[in-house]
Ligand binder design. Structure first.
Ligand SMILES: NCCCNCCCCCC(O)(O)C(F)(F)F
Ligand SMILES: [Zn+2]
Length: 663
């Protein structure tokens, strides 16, 4: 199934007709540069083009009042002066004779996208729209928004398709207070927003934008606000919030649809956001959402005012929706103190509502600086010009290798649909053969083991040369196979391999201290305390059969470690008897493709070959099926993971979840 792209230049046919410094950034070119970048990069051609339509009045009334709609309906016949006066009753918004028409198209575009995804005509998609929506309220326009595109889409999805759980992820740099007001008492819509806040000195200055606005009545816990109390937030800050706040909760919630209020003013160079996250981060944010809701992700454009940053970020988003491999995350480092405070506060505020946050350290562990940290406005406030003067490197070109998934199987095994069987080249480089024999095969060893190991080496070499993206191998001796791959990959100077062992079994023996290999083992046994710090055992009482425990480990430990380690290859090893369910296994296989530009090699023991086809599906880019709403992880496991996390903090900064962590 494909990726939908919804765009119509008709939505560029309105603009600001008078002087208003508050609104001048919201220009029609925002849409044209985004669409043209998708066309120029060839991405538009790979999308399924879906036409826009006008929303009906009935659809608009799903969220807005009749009085408000009647007022807006009059704007096409207004003079410029009347439009100006009409806008004055709202906060930071303008109208144009054609803006009502465009506002109906923006809603209609979002609904078209939802229809095509929920009817299974496409897997996911993006709607490039203006006017944006997330500030508009039942009775009011606000912040360039006339109708609340995403809120209407959520209500429409619930009503028309009977959905019980919709997740809205708002990565725009402004708080979509309009969405919050719509659903704050509604447990069927989980609204997540991060936003520039600076302790409310940033627009729209609302107390209810802070982390303690957790929802109301039946909706408590279903509204998550992450305030950014400083500008300059980076990729590390953004990824930390996804790993330590959004994703654990999103997996516990188990949405049937993911709507993204995709605003790109959170990206570098934007005059409104003044953040430092680079466009490639949106590839990672998108990827991390794509195994939720069976991959049903609908991104709807909100803000974004630096035309270069905006168009690059839109391309990064669409390219990931299309399934192309992610770029390697550039030099991630520790989240900043302010971000850690925000992360801690929001986890603490939600600790009673989400079992995955149940252990969030209580407030006493350190004092939150509730007063504005830093002078309200740094001396020498930057002007608009030098806000957009920021420069950053053009995102690296992301090319999908000619072969997506290769399979190394025994001759009689069937090659899974879509995979390319790897011919184990019979002629083996004698030096390599010699090395394999001496390292892994006692004496002569049988020729089959030799050809299997040489096949593995061929596989890793083809990945290194980008001839294939990822692969799976069915092997007889998984420990030997793991050691062989680790040794081969770490021979090259700047290669690093992340080994993820799922299930019990001894870790490969040849892990060295040189940080070229990092082993994370998720299992049930208190294995002998790992001697080297690059071998991290995560123990779950019930082992990998414990879905919540594994997911807790993935987001709280594995992904932060993986992002910080930044491997060139991920080796995912399914230890025999691991009891991991196919669903969890597919989630792991899908999520881990966010690392190493998607170069994931999965090792499966001969006796477990029943999981070959689900593995192949995930490696081929199929979204993993939903896991269902997650139970609470075992308190004992949570404590153990917390202890392990604290122990690892000295070496791994992306594991931090509170400012006290650097204590
Ligand atoms: N001194 C007052 C500054 C007012 N600034 C208004 C910012 C509106 C932001 C709109 C947006 O980017 O959130 C949307 F996604 F809706 F377009
Ligand atoms: Zn915004």
């Amino acid at each position: 199934m494909g990726t939908a792209l919804i765009y119509d230049e008709e939505m560029t046919s309105y603009k600001l007709l008078w002087d208003d410094p508050e609104c001048e950034v919201e220009v029609p070119e925002r849409l044209t540069v985004s669409y043209e970048a998708l066309v120029r990069s060839g991405l538009a051609d790979h999308c399924v083009s879906i036409p826009v339509r006008e929303a009906t009045e009935e659809e608009i009334l799903l969220i807005h009042s009749e009085e408000y709609l009647e007022k807006v309906k009059k704007t096409p016949h207004m003079s410029v002066q009347e439009l100006k006066d009409f806008a004055l009753q709202f906060n930071a918004v303008y109208f144009h004779p054609n803006s009502y028409h465009c506002a109906k198209l923006a809603v209609g575009a979002a609904l078209q996208l939802v229809d095509h995804v929920l009817m299974g005509k496409v897997r996911n998609g993006m709607a490039l729209v203006r006017p944006p929506g997330h500030h508009s309220m039942r009775d009011a326009a606000c912040g360039f928004c006339t109708f609340n595109n995403v809120a209407i889409a959520a209500q429409y999805a619930k009503q028309k398709y009977g959905l019980k759980r919709v997740l809205i992820v708002d990565w725009d740099i402004h708080h979509g207070q309009g969405v919050q007001y719509c659903f704050e008492d509604d447990p069927s819509v989980l609204y997540f927003s991060w936003h520039r806040y600076e302790h409310s000195i940033f627009w729209p200055h609302l107390p209810e934008s802070d982390y303690d606005a957790v929802g109301k009545d039946k909706g408590v816990g279903f509204n998550i606000n992450v305030p950014w109390n400083k500008v300059g937030m980076t990729n590390s800050d953004f990824l930390s919030v996804f790993c330590h706040v959004l994703l654990p909760v999103a997996y516990e919630f188990c949405p049937e649809l993911v709507l993204v209020s995709a605003g790109y003013d959170s990206g570098i160079g934007d005059p409104e956001g003044e953040m430092c996250a680079t466009p490639d981060i949106f590839a990672h944010l998108t990827h991390l959402l794509m195994n939720l809701a069976g991959g049903k992700v609908c991104a709807v454009l909100e803000g974004g005012y630096n035309l270069t940053s905006l168009s690059q970020s839109v391309c990064q988003t669409v390219q990931t929706l299309l399934g192309d491999p992610n770029p390697r995350p550039e030099n991630l480092r520790s989240p900043c103190q302010s971000a850690l405070e925000s992360i801690h506060c929001v986890r603490w505020a939600h600790r009673r509502y989400w079992s995955c946050l149940g252990h969030a350290a209580d407030l006493s562990s350190f004092q939150i600086s509730t007063k504005p940290s830093g002078s309200p406005k740094e001396a020498g406030e930057s002007t608009w010009k030098d806000k957009v003067a920021v420069v950053w490197p053009e995102p690296v070109k992301r090319v999908a290798p000619p072969v997506r998934t290769a399979a190394l199987l025994s001759d009689e095994a069937v090659c899974p649909e879509g995979c390319k069987r790897l011919a184990t080249s019979d002629k083996l480089d004698p030096r390599v053969a010699g090395k394999l024999r001496e390292n892994f095969l006692e004496g002569e060893g049988d020729s089959e083991a030799l050809s299997a190991l040489s096949g593995l080496i061929t596989l890793t070499e083809k990945m290194e040369k980008d001839e294939i993206l990822n692969g799976l191998a069915v092997v007889r001796d998984i420990t030997m196979a793991t050691a062989c791959v680790v040794q081969h990959v770490t021979m090259a100077p700047n290669n690093r391999v992340l080994v993820v062992c799922v299930g019990d079994g001894e870790a490969p023996s040849n892990i060295t201290e040189d940080r070229k290999a990092l082993v994370v083992r998720i299992g049930s046994r208190e294995t002998k305390q790992s001697k080297c710090k690059n071998d991290i055992p995560v123990c779950l009482k019930k082992g990998c059969a414990d879905v919540s425990g594994v997911i807790q480990a993935v987001f709280g430990l594995l992904l932060p470690l993986g992002y910080e380690f930044d491997p060139s290859l991920v080796l995912l090893v399914r230890m025999p008897g691991s009891e991991v369910s196919d669903g969890v296994w597919q989630q792991l296989t899908g999520l881990l493709q966010c690392l190493a530009q998607g170069h994931v090699l999965v090792l499966i023991q001969e006796c477990e070959k029943s999981c070959v086809s689900p593995t192949a599906c995930s490696l081929l880019g199929e979204p993993a099926p939903p896991l269902g709403q997650l139970q609470a992880p075992l308190p004992q496991d949570v404590e153990d993971m917390e202890r392990l996390r604290r122990k690892l903090l000295a070496d791994w900064t992306l594991l931090q979840t509170t400012a006290a962590d650097t204590g």
